[in-house]
Design a protein around this ligand. Structure first.
Ligand code: SAH
Length: 249
C-alpha cells in the first residue's frame, strides 16, 4: 500500500470495496450520475491542484489518462478516489496524488528517456508516457508485467517498453536515463539505478526500512557524479523485492 497520511480512510475504502465485491454486486460504471471525464476533472482539481501540484503538463497528463482502465473491474467505481486500490498479487495502483508528485519531481520532457521500477498496473507508466519520449518499465511479477503491457498497448501508448524482471538492476541496455521513478520501497538508493541515471538527471523513490514510514525522496545527480537530495513527503509503498526473495509475492 502506498499512501502518505490518510491510511485509515484508505483501509475503510478497501474494506468497503472488498465487501461489495463479495456480495457480487460489483459496479463497473462511473460514480452515480457522472462521467469518467467529470470524475477525472474533479480528481485533478480537488486532489492535485488543491494540494499544490502546479506543473500544468502533469495536471494535463493526469487529466488525460483513464485511471478506470488500470483498476480491476470490481473497484472501478472508486477509480478516481483519493487512495491506492488493490491490483492483485498483494500489489496496489498508487494514489493519484503520489503519481502526480512523483511525475512532477522528475519533470519528464519529450525526447527524454525514463526508467520506471515497479510497473504494477501501468498507470504511472502511462502518465510518464504522456510527457516523456520513451518510457522503459520493469515489473518483477510476470503476470502484472504482461497485463500492463497489453493494457498500455490497447490504450495506444507506443512509447512504452515493459520488461518482466528485477528492476533493482535497472535496464542497462537502454540507459542512461534522464529520469528514474521507483514505485516500491527501497532501504537505500540502488547502485545500478544511480549508475544508469544521466548526470543532471533526477530519480524519485520511497526510502525506508520495513514497517517504518518511508520518505519520498528526489535525488539529482550532479555532472561531477555528486548528488543532491530533497525530501518530499512521508509515504507508504509496497517493498521492492529481489527475484530470489522468500514468498515471491
Ligand atoms: N506504479 C504502480 C505501482 C505499483 S506497486 C501503479 O501505479 O500501478 C509496486 C510494484 O513494484 C508492484 O507491482 C511490485 O510487484 C513491483 N516490484 C517489487 N519489487 C520489484 C522489483 N525488484 N523489480 C520490479 N518491480 C518490482
Amino acid at each position: 500500500m502506498n499512501h502518505p497520511l490518510r491510511l485509515g480512510r484508505d483501509l475503510a475504502l478497501l474494506a468497503c470495496a472488498a465487501a461489495l465485491a463479495a456480495c457480487g454486486c460489483s459496479p463497473a460504471g462511473p460514480p452515480s450520475g457522472g462521467s469518467w471525464e467529470a470524475a477525472r476533472r474533479r480528481m485533478v482539481e480537488r486532489q492535485l491542484e488543491a494540494r499544490g501540484v502546479r506543473d500544468g503538463r502533469v495536471l494535463a497528463a493526469m487529466g488525460r489518462v483513464p485511471r478506470q482502465e488500470f483498476v480491476p473491474e470490481r473497484y472501478r467505481e472508486w477509480a478516481y478516489e483519493d487512495g491506492p486500490l488493490p491490483i492483485g498479487r498483494g500489489q496496489t495502483i498508487s494514489q493519484p496524488y503520489l503519481v502526480a508528485v512523483m511525475t512532477e519531481a522528475v519533470g519528464p520532457r519529450r525526447g527524454q528517456r525514463v526508467l520506471e521500477v515497479g510497473t504494477g498496473s501501468g498507470y504511472q507508466t502511462a502518465v510518464l508516457a504522456e510527457l516523456a519520449g520513451e518510457v522503459y518499465t520493469v515489473e518483477l511479477l510476470p503476470e502484472l508485467a504482461a497485463a500492463a503491457a497489453a493494457r498500455l498497448a490497447r490504450l495506444g501508448y507506443r512509447n512504452v517498453h515493459v520488461q518482466a524482471g528485477d528492476g533493482y538492476l535497472g535496464w542497462p541496455e537502454e540507459g542512461p536515463f534522464d529520469a528514474v521513478v521507483v514505485t516500491c520501497r527501497v532501504g537505500e538508493v540502488p547502485g545500478p539505478l544511480l549508475e544508469q541515471l544521466r548526470p543532471g538527471g533526477r530519480m524519485v523513490l520511497p526510502v525506508g526500512e520495513a514497517g517504518e514510514m518511508q520518505m519520498l525522496r528526489v535525488l539529482t545527480k550532479g555532472s561531477d557524479g555528486g548528488r543532491e537530495v530533497r525530501d518530499l513527503l512521508p509515504v507508504r509503498f509496497v517493498p521492492l523485492r529481489r527475484a530470489g526473495d522468500a514468498g515471491g509475492k
